[in-house]
Design a protein. Sequence first.
Length: 590
Amino acid sequence: MTTTPMSRGLVHLVRIAQPARLPLAGATAFAIAAVAAVLSFPIFVRRFVDEIATGTVQPASVMLLAGVLVGSSVAFTGAAYLLARVGHRVVAALRTRLIDKMLRLKVESFDRESTGARVSRVLSDCDAIAELVTRHAINLLTGVLLLAGAVTVMLVLDVRLTLAMLACVAAAFGVVVPVSFVLDRLSRRIQDRTAALGGILTHVFAEIRLVKAYTAEARERARCQQEVEQIRDLGMKVARTSAALEPLMSFASSAAIVVILVYGTLRVSHGEISIGTLTAFILYIFSIANPLIQLTQFTAGLQKARGASVRIGEILREPDEAAALPDAPAQRHNGALEFRQVSFAYPEHEATVLRGIDLVFRPGTTTALVGASGNGKTTILSLIERFYEPTHGEILHNGAPVSAVPLAEWRRRIGYVAQGAPIMPGSVRDNIVYGLAGEFSDQAVRHAAEQAGAWSFIERMPLGLDTLLIEQGNNLSGGQRQRIAIARMFLRDPDILILDEATSNLDSETEHQVRVALEALMRGRTNVIVAHRLSTVMHADRIYFLENGRISGAGNHSELIASHPYYARLVARQFREPAQADAALSGPAD
């Protein structure tokens, strides 16, 4: 029997999770014991009924029947518990591996699929595999053993009665198997729609303030309701199909019992079999009916888990972010950072964002990137961080390709203060030391906060550095989040400092305080600034003006005013009408 690629993928996932062999062997032993007890029960009933017919009931027969019933219950319980224990460990190991893999994926991997869909891979898809391993696997094991054992014993008891019973079951399965595949397709569609709903909800809840500020609740409710109704409709189809499936199996069992009763009674009347043998056959029919239903459920669960394994396998096969990097640690050099004829297009888009640009960021100087949004400034920052690799050209640091530097080492050289200043769940201290190697004393953390102008509000918090920050730092102002991010940079002590609208959320007084701190932080480093407000970048040593993915002008503030009419016009407009100047430099995201 050949296995499909999906089946091999599922087996591979279970194998890499390394299920514990001892509990697995114990579960198998318990299952075999339980099946043996179930198969022996009709035999003992047969003897007991024959004893009643002859008036010679033995106490040992009653004890055997009771012992078999209790023993089968205990054995089934032991098998189910041990297999569930193995299964939950397998799924936990699989989830851990998947989370670890996702954290090592390239940024472009997350551009292809929504956050909610990725979360669904860890939760819903792993749940499908968990259901197969913990519940359906024991049903498969016991079902196969029961079917094989029951048919074997029945053939020994009476071949003709067995063939009559199997004919009834085969006729029922001719209808049941196609129905089970319909259930499989519906279950996979439900999984996909549930993942889509998860993606919508993840985005909506993350941006709940935007939703409420623009009174978009009705719009988002309609989007979610559409997905919910699709899931409901699919669920109703599953319910209708399942509702039809159970009566079919009941009808098959009833038909088999009627056939066996009629045919068996004729055999008893002719003295060909005993009444005890007929009773045993009827009990075996019940022993066979449950395994048949369990095998049908296993088939549906297997198809669902195979679909999940394909999606998980696709993620596990994606290349790691640092897979192609050498293992040797790189020495830190505070040299020039250069872009040489760099072009770039995002993997999922045909449009080229950068077109053969040349840039030089020199140590000890400040270089600003200016231009309307959508012209490549953020893309340049992403290339510096190596979130993406250039489509053409190369990026050098101190004369050597940055790709030759181990990725973790390269990023340790960079300090990035983003406009949104993201906050992670945890305390103020956790956020200031986030991602930094080594241990930092309270004194060091406080000193960094003081340098960033953050200590003044931290010390007023209920627990100071131990104050917990809620999701996305919503109990902080934008300026406070920015200053915590800047405090982190003082501890990080990077070679290359990137400031992406780093003071945009600060009031005038706080901005002045932070600027003083940043001047000290920027001294001797390679500084890269992105800002829409030209007053932020006019003192930069060099300014690059980007238009349509190209460098249309370069020089200091005075040189650009003299040589770049568009830049000069924006400067004049900004100092005359600051609000209009900011609007001229805004637009769609880079």
